[in-house]
Write a protein that binds this ligand. Structure first.
Ligand code: GLA
Length: 688
């Protein structure tokens, strides 16, 4: 029996039966996920049902803002708005046109490092950056767009046309929109972003955009103040439109950034990055609110951007909310405060908090509403696959890299994972599902038949270790490296989230059970990002990003298609890659997917991707589960079925600029009432 199934497995995997050890369990179909229905379905619409660009007969703003105009401190509204503002359609707002006032009180676990996003400074996450930077296209709201109309939504780019052969794309920007300090937004900002950020090897923007993000060999040419053209090396690379959404093509204010860039007289790249520290106020933005106060480890306060370029159908300038606050605390505290009503918003994603949060939210008197979405929160373990120097490994780390590149070793890791137990250790109940890795179950490109799942089996793990040449030669319970020392793998993980740490500790324990010593290296925020991006890890546990949910967003992150696109395999200092044969297959599949316009062929390519990925354990899936959006009940216009994470985070998905609080529900929690952002760099806001 045993032999037969091993032979069968060998046939199924298309490898020689000699390579398969009789004792290793055969891969199976992925286990069924426990039933868990998302609460609230999106109302599906077409993109053009959400907003359009057009001039309205008249515009209005809060009376207290008009007082600034009357005092000669601000130009009249009509002069601050673009020729054709972005107009949100009333029919698509669940509660209709709103009223002004009130604040959204966020709580975040990150800390702002400065405002130079384009030189890699983080704002602290939790939606603060999503609200400050605006991008050429927008994808967060796509969760409610009909699949027949699925394409990025326009934003700062109001339209685009492909050339007939698909080799170039002409992009038209919104005309006459202004930065929050009144400076025009135009192709000067695009030129700076492309040539001095994306194409400058010394500058790495926060989410890592590089030329490869837009396709290797892609060029950009400015045509006039509001038009530019991109030229590609393949036809119709529609992924580029997704790469223009949040995280990537979100241009910065060139009028303040450029003078600090070394190419234009700036002192150094280091100085460029540090030129806009977290205490620099009124940094010009295209977003709905601008930073007017930062008290370290306490709060960041944002006030409405008087130049915001979006309005409702009645001509009211957005946003409706006058202020945004970000309390600087912990991610766990975000859940607690949102449920308690002292904070307004949380993405409930740390499973350890589910039971308590659910209990509190079930009380009809609870100030907050909690709604679970699809299972789009998932974690994987990624072995570092570079053996040619990425991250400058020492001798020990280099030995681990060699093992990581051996499929038998990766099998040992996956067989050692008791995912049921891992999931239960976070939260019991119907939430968790065992995650084989790769494309998530329940998403449109997922195909169970193309997914290999290596079931939990400590014996198989031990066999796989043997096959990788690892044995416990000194009898201390841990396998040894050829030279004699215990193999010791360092597992990098984040220290800011309970879930990351708990999962990592579970992995350490399970690896010990099969005889592999693993040491945790838990780092916060930027240290974690730096270690990960520079390849300074053996293994890393990571909460996955949108590419494994949507395939069409961040597509280049699905494989090492460029020197810096992949999470666990990047080029060495000389720019060289040392891809394994199966990685080459992933790369060609992803490139073909990017170049393919036929939906049926894309489905087939996604299947190939999933098959190659899960058979070869490119990333080792751990668990996947649903997250819940917690939002205070006083807010209106929260679209139903908004997932906490899909194309983007809920902070984008719920379209905060059109969220409002009815007059009788406003809580008077503004810290800077009747004030507007001042001049860039000034200590704070201007008031009447
Ligand atoms: C962090 C949080 C997420 C979300 C994002 C937004 O990663 O954990 O829930 O708020 O920030 O960028």
């Amino acid at each position: 029996m045993h032999m037969k199934s091993a032979v069968l497995a060998a046939l199924m995997l298309g490898v020689s039966s000699f390579a398969v050890h009789a004792e290793m369990a055969a891969p199976t179909a992925p286990p069924e996920a426990p039933k868990f229905d998302a609460q609230g379905e999106p109302t599906f619409v077409n993109r053009s049902d959400v907003y359009e660009y057009k001039a309205l007969d008249a515009y209005s703003e809060p009376a207290w803002v008009t007082a600034f105009v009357d005092a000669g401190k601000l130009p009249p509204l009509a002069d601050r708005l673009p020729k054709e503002p972005l107009v949100y359609k009333t029919a698509n707002m669940v509660d209709g046109n709103g009223v002004y006032g009130d604040v959204m009180r966020h709580v975040i676990g990150g800390r702002p490092e400065g405002w130079n996003f384009w030189a890699g400074r983080s704002y602290g996450w939790g939606g603060i950056d999503i609200g400050l930077v605006e991008c050429l296209t927008r994808t967060g709201p796509l969760f409610e767009i009909n699949s027949t109309d699925l394409q990025p939504m326009p934003n700062l780019a109001k339209s685009w046309d492909w050339s007939e052969d698909g080799m170039s794309l002409t992009v038209h920007l919104i005309e006459g929109a202004k930065w929050s300090d009144g400076d025009p937004f135009d192709t000067e900002d695009i030129d700076f972003y492309w040539n001095d950020v994306v194409m400058d090897p010394e500058v790495t923007p926060l989410m890592g955009a590089s030329q490869e993000t837009y396709g290797a060999g892609t060029t950009l040419e400015i045509l006039d103040a509001y038009t530019f053209k991109m030229t590609f090396t393949t036809a119709f690379p529609e992924a580029v439109l997704y790469a223009m959404a949040y995280g990537n093509f979100c241009p910065g204010p060139s009028h303040v950034l450029k003078p600090k860039h070394p190419k234009y007289g700036g002192e150094s790249y280091e100085a460029f990055g540090n030129a806009f520290p977290a205490d620099y106020m009124n940094f010009p933005v295209m977003g709905g609110w601008t930073v007017v106060e930062h008290r370290p480890d306490d709060i960041v306060v944002l006030r409405r951007n008087p130049y915001y370029w979006k309005v409702d159908e009645s001509g009211q300038q957005l946003p409706y909310l006058d202020e945004m606050q970000y309390r600087l605390s912990t991610w766990g505290d975000r859940d607690i405060q949102a449920v308690a009503g002292t904070g307004d918003f949380s993405n409930l994603e740390q499973a350890e908090n589910y039971v308590e949060s659910l209990k509190k939210a079930a009380d009809p008197a609870s100030p907050a509403k909690l709604a679970f979405g699809p299972r789009t929160i998932g974690y994987s373990l990624y072995p570092n696959l570079s053996a040619n120097g990425w991250g400058e490994p020492d001798e020990r780390a280099q030995a681990v890299r060699a093992l990581n590149r051996d499929l038998n070793f990766r099998k040992a890791i996956t067989y050692a994972m008791d995912r049921q137990r891992l999931g239960d250790s976070l939260v019991k109940g119907p939430f968790m599902t065992q995650y084989p890795g790769g494309i998530y179950a329940g998403t449109s490109y997922y195909d169970a038949a193309s997914t290999s799942f290596y079931p939990y089996s400590a014996d198989s793990a031990k066999e796989a270790l043997k096959a990788a040449g690892l044995e416990d030669t000194d009898g201390n319970g841990f396998v040894n490296l050829a030279g004699g020392d215990d193999l010791n793998v360092v597992l990098l993980t984040g220290s800011e989230y309970a879930t990351d740490k708990n999962l990592a500790e579970g992995v350490v324990a399970m690896m010990a059970e099969v005889g592999v010593k693993v040491t945790l290296n838990a780092l916060p925020g930027k240290d974690l990002d730096d270690a990960r991006n520079s390849g300074k890890f053996d293994w890393v546990i990571f909460r996955n990003s949108s590419e494994l949910i949507t395939m069409v967003q961040n597509t280049t992150a699905l494989a090492p298609v460029g020197p810096t696109t992949d999470l666990n395999h990047r080029a060495n200092a000389a720019g060289e890659m040392d891809l394994l044969p199966y990685e080459e297959e992933l790369v060609s599949t992803v490139n073909a997917f990017i170049a393919e316009r036929d939906p049926a062929k894309r489905v087939e390519l996604a299947k190939t991707y999933q098959k190659v990925y899960t058979e070869n354990l490119d990333g080792i899936g751990l668990v996947a589960y649903p997250g819940a959006l917690i939002i205070n009940k006083r807010f209106s216009n929260i679209p139903s079925g908004a997932p906490i994470f899909m194309y983007n985070w809920a902070e984008d998905n719920i379209i905060r600029e059109r969220v409002f609080v009815a007059a009788d529900k406003q809580i008077g929690a503004e810290l800077h009432p009747n004030t507007l952002p001042g001049a860039p760099g000034d200590a704070g806001p201007m008031s009447n």
